[in-house]
Design a protein around this ligand. Structure first.
Ligand SMILES: NC(=O)c1ccc[n+]([C@@H]2O[C@H](COP(=O)([O-])OP(=O)(O)OC[C@H]3O[C@@H](n4cnc5c(N)ncnc54)[C@H](O)[C@@H]3O)[C@@H](O)[C@H]2O)c1
Length: 324
């Protein structure tokens, strides 16, 4: 099969591209490199550098595909709040562009939604039928993507699957990026023996899910898609506070965590824990990597997954050869 992966130079997209290639599929990545890196893309993938809102480019990239994985987004809640119009264009218009191109080709779309759509709803565990109360521009745009996916399925008959990722962590999440999750930032700072900044009181509760489990869900969603529109949580159901996370990481690293406290961040959700039962029921398997095991894997395998020089060189070659 041939698949388009938008955002395939980013954290989750690059893991997905690797998995698809290891399964024998052909992968075309469309990415504007705004937060991702070309060296993250597997060298076997075709890389098209471009914006997901460019209709002609997205159409060309979907020309001969059997399905689209849409992960490209401006994934920073803070940036979306401060640059609502620019990020709405990427997050919503970009999704509409992919949906329209997929409808034209009559192929399915599996896209990244987010647990942020539950927002102020603290009645955990959050199931797919729980009330949606977005608290940020990012969350509102993700919810709008789900609505448009539903309309596209209805109007054009293509299957769409929106996966509501909770807090995803794993190798290759860039700690220097303002878009990065708390785990990569804490892990990086602990390794450098620096203090960890906690925004608010550290009692915020999260559901951390390992990137390998997220890729399982993406691949299964494409393989077992149904007709129509479908949304599904990708989570573990395991609740961890930010302070608890700091302590587990410090324990694995074997160094005490020095904590500094900052003001709470606007739009920060207090409690976010998902119900993974729908995922388990539909695909026969829910995320299985426990937090300690996933964190241990993350802390011990950086050397293996960070872009090797040879990979970066091959990437430059395939960049030159790829459609741009
Ligand atoms: N990481 C998480 O915890 C998490 C949680 C919920 C949802 N998500 C969603 O999952 C998806 C992937 O997230 P990620 O953590 O891998 O983020 P990421 O920033 O690492 O990856 C996003 C990729 O999209 C690309 N991109 C951004 N704007 C683009 C544009 N206009 N055109 C083409 N490419 C563009 C970036 O360059 C980057 O490579 C996003 O849709 C995000 O909103 C992530």
């Amino acid at each position: 099969m041939r698949y388009l992966v938008t955002g395939g130079c980013g954290f989750i997209g690059s893991h997905l591209a690797e998995r698809l290639i290891s399964l024998g599929h052909h992968v075309c990545i469309l990415d504007d490199l705004s937060s991702g890196h070309a060296a993250n893309a597997p060298c076997e993938a075709e890389l098209v550098i471009g914006d997901v809102t460019e209709e002609a480019k997205v159409r060309a990239a979907t020309d001969d595909v059997d399905g689209c994985f849409h992960l490209a987004a401006a994934a920073s809640v803070a940036r979306c709040n401060s640059e609502a119009i620019a990020t709405n264009r990427v997050n919503l218009v970009g999704t509409l562009t992919v949906l329209a191109a997929a409808a034209r080709r009559n192929v399915p779309v599996v896209y990244a939604s987010s647990a942020a759509v539950y927002g102020a709803n603290a009645a955990v565990p959050l199931g797919e039928t729980s009330e949606l109360r977005p608290l940020s521009v990012y969350a509102a745009d993700k919810l709008a993507c789900e609505l448009h996916a539903g309309v596209t399925s209805h109007l054009h008959g293509i299957p769409t699957v929106g996966l509501r990722f909770f807090n995803v962590y794993g190798p290759r999440q860039d700690p220097a990026s303002p878009y990065s999750g708390v785990i990569s930032i804490f892990a990086d700072r602990l390794a450098k023996r620096q203090e960890l900044t906690i925004f608010g009181d550290g009692g915020q509760v999260r559901d951390f899910v390992f990137v390998g489990d997220v890729v399982d869900a993406l691949v299964a969603s494409m393989a077992h898609r149904r007709s129509g529109a479908f949304v599904c949580n990708v989570c573990t159901g395991e609740a961890t506070t930010i302070l608890g996370l700091a302590n587990i990481l410090a324990d694995i690293v074997g160094a005490p965590a020095r904590l500094a406290y900052g003001p709470p961040r606007a739009g920060d959700v207090r409690v976010s824990v998902g119900d993974p039962r729908r995922l388990a029921k539909v695909y026969g398997r829910a995320p299985a990597t426990g937090l300690r095991a996933g964190l241990t894997a993350l802390l011990h395998e950086d050397a293996e997954t960070s872009p090797a020089p040879a990979r970066a060189q091959r990437m430059t070659a395939s960049l030159t050869a790829g459609r741009t």
